[in-house]
Design a protein around this ligand. Structure first.
Ligand code: ATP
Length: 400
């Protein structure tokens, strides 16, 4: 099977080139494997042009066989590759080959790699950055299929008198996370800190900057909708309904994942994606939402004092994400002070969602797909759903 090695020398702590030449290529060579192509990315977007050119240079029989891509990068470079294939699918005569990824964590957060190779909870050894490569080289390699999310934002409603207004809807696929509200704000603001704070500390700084912002929007969860029941520890179907389940805002948090239970090695934000996985082949995504007015102690108010108070609640809850995902069990106080209140985190499993921001809430228009930030136009509804593999044309697997 053809093998291409692509590394991003600019990602993370900039060690991808060293890792590739000093560890990866010698290890491949010791197994008598010489890659068909080895390339460093030279600019943003280069990974996708490299891969598309490589695929087009292959024999016509390749699609059935698939290709192996050894990627030394963060999640952003994988995102570029997936989107390049998605966007080029109409121009491609036959189907694209399936991709078998060997994923080497060269980025900052490396969410997908950290999900597949989580840090040990006890005294077991730390997973090696070469773990995916070792699976590929082993006599019993394990291939994990990736689910992809497809997110669209329609172009702004064109003025009635402008017939030929250009249509420019955003249309992206992602393998890690799609979010709005606090998570998108964190990614947006942390980008400005990239040069001064190269590590994951920049995400914490950006979180502090946005800790009292609430986002005015409503969300629609697309059926079938299941809600995680903290009391029983199981997902339960939300009562049969014709259409989507509507969640009125305001929101503090709204995030969906398709493959990942964590966004950094220790930030296990969506633990059930791995701890209570959907049945094999099920096309679902997990959603975590926090709506502050479910906290009865705020008496339905959204003033400055309530936001300051809720900041404390939120801080406590998200510290639980760093404690192996304990946050999903956190509850508000009940009114009687004795029984448990409702969970702080609303955890759903769905086929997709829509996000309808209030027009005058600019920050509620930001959304993030695998680290990239987009601004939804006023009146635009962001829609994200699981991408049927048949429309993508090429299946994606990771050695794990
Ligand atoms: N030679 C280059 N110079 C500058 N930027 C590059 C180069 N090659 C690729 N890039 C860009 O680097 C960006 C960041 O890469 P990547 O996502 O792999 O790492 P990261 O952001 O550090 O990690 P993570 O996504 O895991 O947090 C990508 O958007 C990619 O377009």
């Amino acid at each position: 099977m053809p093998l291409i090695v692509v590394y991003n020398p600019a990602s993370g702590d900039r060690t991808a080139a060293k890792l590739t030449t000093e560890s990866i290529l010698p290890l491949l060579a010791s197994h008598d494997i010489i890659p068909d192509k080895i390339a460093a990315t030279e600019h943003p977007g280069h990974a996708s042009t490299l891969l598309l050119a490589y695929i087009r240079s292959l024999a016509p029989s390749t699609p059935a066989e698939g290709i192996t891509v050894l990627l030394v990068s963060g999640d952003g470079t994988l995102y570029e590759i997936l989107n390049a294939l998605h966007n080029a699918r109409d121009k491609q005569e036959g189907p694209f080959p399936d991709l078998r990824l060997i994923l080497i964590p060269g980025g900052t957060a490396n969410a997908l790699h950290a999900t597949l190779f989580p840090p040990p909870t006890s005294s077991a050894a730390e997973p090696t950055p070469l773990a995916s490569l070792l699976s590929f080289l082993s006599t019993t390699p394990r291939l994990v299929p990736l689910t992809l999310a497809h997110t669209t934002v329609p172009s702004p409603a064109s003025p009635a008198n402008e017939e030929e207004a250009p249509s420019s809807s955003t249309d992206v696929v992602s393998a890690v996370v799609v979010s709005t509200a606090l998570h998108a704000a964190i990614l947006h603001d942390s980008e400005a800190l990239r040069a001064s704070v190269p590590g994951i500390e920049r995400f914490k700084l950006a979180a502090t900057q946005n800790a009292t912002t609430w986002y005015r929007a409503k969300a629609r969860l697309l059926p079938p909708v299941q809600r995680y029941d903290v009391a029983t520890g199981a997902f339960v179907a939300v009562a049969d309904r014709e259409g989507p389940l509507e969640l009125p805002g305001p929101f503090v948090y709204f995030l969906s994942t398709v493959n990942c239970d964590r966004l950094e090695p220790l930030f296990r934000i969506a633990p059930l994606r791995r701890a209570l996985p959907p049945p094999p082949g099920a096309q679902t995504m997990d959603i975590l939402a926090v709506r502050p007015l479910r906290d009865l102690s705020l008496n339905g108010k959204a003033g400055e004092a309530e936001r300051e108070k809720f900041k404390e609640t939120l801080g406590d809850v998200f510290r639980g994400a760093y404690q192996d995902g304990a946050h999903i069990r956190a509850r508000y106080d009940a009114q009687d002070g004795e029984t448990d209140g409702v969970p702080v985190i609303e955890y759903f499993r769905v086929s997709g969602w829509e996000w309808i921001p209030e027009e005058d809430d600019e920050k509620a228009h930001l959304f993030c797909a695998d680290g990239l930030i987009f601004n939804a136009p006023k009146g635009g509804v962001v829609k994200s759903s699981v991408l049927a593999q048949t429309t993508h044309g090429s299946k994606v697997f990771v050695y794990a």
